[in-house]
Design a protein around this ligand. Sequence first.
Ligand code: FRU
Length: 542
Amino acid sequence: MRIASVKPFLVILMGFFLVVSCQNKAQVKKQSLATQEKLPFEEAQYRPSFHFTPNENWMNDPNGMFYLNNIYHLYFQYYPKGNTWGPMHWGHATSKDLVSWKEEQIALYPDDKGYIFSGSAVVDYLNSSGFGTKNKPPIVAVFTYHDPEIEKINGMMVESQAIAYSNDGGYHWTKYKDNPVIKNPGIRDFRDPKMSWDSIHKQWILILAAGNRDRFYVSKDLKHWNFQSEFGAEFGAHSGVWECPDFFPMQVYGTSQTKWILLQSINPGAPNGGSGTQYFVGDFDGKTFRLDPTFKNDLLKQKAIWLDYGRDNYAGVTWSDIPQIDGRRLFLGWMSNWDYAQKVPTKKWRSSMTIPRELKLLKQNGHYRMTSNPVNELQKYVSKTVNKKIVSVKNLTEIINHTQIDFFESQIEFDLNNLKKDNYVFLLQNSKGDTLEFGINLIDSFYFVDRTKTGINNFSDKFAKPISKAPIPQNINTFKVRMFLDKTSLELFFNDGETVFTNLFFIKTPFEEFTARSVKTPFKIENFTINQLSSNIKNVKK
Ligand code: FRU
């Protein structure tokens, strides 16, 4: 081919790519605008697209999550009369795929015994409670009654456990006439019961937080509970109150071995400030939980091992009655932190949940570790790949994506072998000067998320700082992260969910630029992918 004929061909080709890339930009722009059109600022910029939020008012912990007839039920700590914490109800939402939610009628209202604090629910398939029939199994919920009158006079017996049942699959509830089913033994903080069917020992079990430890109970009928044992006073982080435990068996990934996991929220005392969730791995004989010796050893070095190192994943628990085909264990957390939850700059509603995650238990180099990854259901909402490429960050800074997107899924991967000790940083930025940074610091060996420059953060002096940091696990050869951005939140899953960060921020306008940077070392990103999520994800109010 003669050079002269190649030139026009190249021009046409370049023109074609320009049109395609402009089209992409135009489409992306349209996508962003579509979500903002005619909506008030906070709805457009702050209401998440694929995270559950109540239509209005205050929400905190997820409660009573169970699955029945292809529907995932989610209840939540709810105050329907205001956008800060108040007398607690259980709000209710349902979903067929864990991503699009429908808000239902309020499930439980406070009464003369107190507010309805956190708790759990199960499908009573064998009708052991007698509240239904075997053909129409009842749903049984257990929750904490928190008595504000006793609290006012500084009494001890503020909290006790009570049950309620539903005969229509979780939409209407009747409180049990002989409540409470677990009376307060004289412990001020005595709450957040999580019950489940222990199929190994063929019994109902219940764990609840009692001061600086957990208590275990067992039952045959969900109405009479017998105290068995305690766990935790001498293990883990203890600089705050223990709240919202969860307890379940898990198969060690790729083996036939089973271990028991205890999730334990604590506030304050999280690794990066305020509220956070630690976990323990051990064995359960039907009465007592004992730490696995290797995990006990790990705790001598680390004090506590955390499910999430971000600031905004608290009080998370798992769904009950998920068909155990692949041993699926599904987790959801409250995406906020008591340090500032009541001050974040949304008015109509306050708080959202994290994206639902699938938990796994791995044994690596003799250590047990939990991984959390976004549920696969999110995959079907990926509408198109906006950008996928290999990038050489030759000049220490490189714009890797230049389109305005307010929610996306993205991946970044690069080899860490032979890289100098440097700070490898990724920046999400907009024209208003807001910057969210995350990355890996190989000098001091930590992953980090820095939201100190993300726009509106003066609503609380506990919000911007500290920067979230997590130790880099040993033997990491690759920087590999999967992330979900949803307007005001970024959830980062490093190394297939081994290290997780969930963080909120309140930018002034959507991010427009994604940049890779290092201080002195050129590096090559082997995979940078950015996938747009479809805009028709809706949380509808009935
Ligand atoms: C955790 C928590 C629980 C309690 C609930 C009250 O965030 O403090 O211990 O049951 O919130 O809303």
